[in-house]
Design a protein around this ligand. Structure first.
Ligand code: 5AD
Ligand code: FES
Length: 348
């Protein structure tokens, strides 16, 4: 796919001709990864974060947020629930929490791998090659780290670096791959300052990194962040600004499917937040083949507030399980069996 083709679709607003893009993405999804929709149980086990990203409600400077870190026993209860629900994968997600002891995390991964058949995906932010290697050796299978935008200048603007560090998630993703993880990344759509050219380059970067998993969601402003304050945002917008809409998100997901056909692509919670009744189903019909039912205990869900009004805040893990099953069946697809490893990873 050429840059021009990508830009043609990103800028196309004609609903009738867009059906061609949806159909192509759906056909490629069907022929390359099949009709199964894989379930990943998402456990948001700590909302502590040392970073100060200008888009994220978990940022260290947000003193209004009550912080939590689940204990090993609490986590294992949720893990067992995930096993009972037939999920093939557990996604352990947290803020970039340096209060998390590396050895504690290693032992937790070993225990989950010893006691369950689950594939374990980590989403713990930017960590050292040493930590990442220890967790991989402990049995973790996959790692998710969105690069958010491939434009270095925009990245720098929204993502203050740690002192003494050069910001480079893309470099870190190459390391994650080398360590042997099945590797996932992705971007937010409609970040203030993001141009169509930036977004087209993001999509090409999915291919360059040969990603096994690609997660894409709309940017949703959070009032306790710099990019969430309406008064300030207009000055940050690009001349050729990408809108943070549902439609634009589907376009990026569909193009991700076309450019990286074997990747596992989720219909994300951020998408479901913009359109709770049908966002996930539309995502699944326009390239996606994965959903991530939430396993986080209800008392913590509202505190994992990356962005406001997140989908599933008032639901329990059992609610999300039946909701996802119903949604998958309603569009004539089947719940995936087993771990749902990415065929691109198996190929490598
Ligand atoms: N809106 C949408 N997505 C967000 N994320 C973080 N903050 C926001 C926001 N305000 C996404 C980022 C991050 C993932 C865990 O959540 O892409 O990588
Ligand atoms: Fe959580 Fe639908 S997936 S309620």
């Amino acid at each position: 796919m050429t840059r021009e083709e990508i830009l043609y679709w990103l800028k196309n607003e004609d609903e009738r001709s867009l059906t061609e893009l949806w159909d192509k993405a759906n056909d490629v999804r069907h022929s390359q990864v099949g009709d199964a929709v894989h379930l990943r149980g998402l456990l948001e086990f700590s909302n502590h974060c040392s970073r100060d990203c200008h888009y994220c409600g978990l940022r260290a400077g947000n003193s209004k947020l009550t912080r939590y870190r689940m204990s090993e026993e609490e986590i294992m209860c949720c893990v067992e629930e995930g096993v009972a629900y037939g999920y093939g994968t557990l996604v352990l997600q947290s803020g970039e929490d340096y209060g998390l002891d590396v050895d504690w995390m290693t032992k937790l991964i070993q225990r989950i791998k010893r006691e369950t058949p689950l594939a374990v995906t980590l989403s713990l932010g930017e960590r050292s090659a040493e930590d990442l290697t220890a967790w991989r050796d402990a049995g973790a299978d996959r790692y998710l780290l969105r690069f958010e935008t491939s434009d270095p200048e925009l990245y720098r603007r929204i993502h203050p670096a740690l002192p003494g560090h050069k910001p480079n998630r893309i470099e870190l993703l190459r390391i994650i791959k080398k360590i042997g993880y099945e590797t996932g990344s992705g971007v937010m759509v409609g970040i203030p300052g993001q141009t169509y050219e930036d977004l087209a380059k993001d999509i090409e970067t999915f291919r360059e990194l040969d990603l096994d998993m690609i997660g894409v969601g709309p940017f949703i402003p959070h009032h306790e962040t710099l990019l969430g304050s309406d008064a300030k945002t207009p000055t940050l917008l690009a001349e050729n600004q990408v809108p943070n809409t549902e439609l634009m998100t589907y376009k990026v997901m569909a193009l991700a499917r076309l450019i990286q056909p074997l990747a596992n692509i989720p219909a994300t919670s951020a998408l479901a937040t913009l359109n709770t009744p049908t966002g996930r189903e539309l995502g699944l019909s326009r390239g996606a083949n994965v959903v991530m039912p939430n396993l986080t205990p209800k008392k913590y869900r509202a505190l994992y507030e990356i962005y406001p009004a997140k989908a599933c805040i008032d639901e329990t893990a059992a609610d999300c399980r039946s909701c996802m099953h119903r949604r998958i069946q309603s569009i004539g697809r089947q719940v995936g069996k087993g771990r749902g490893d990415s065929p691109s990873y198996r190929r490598a």
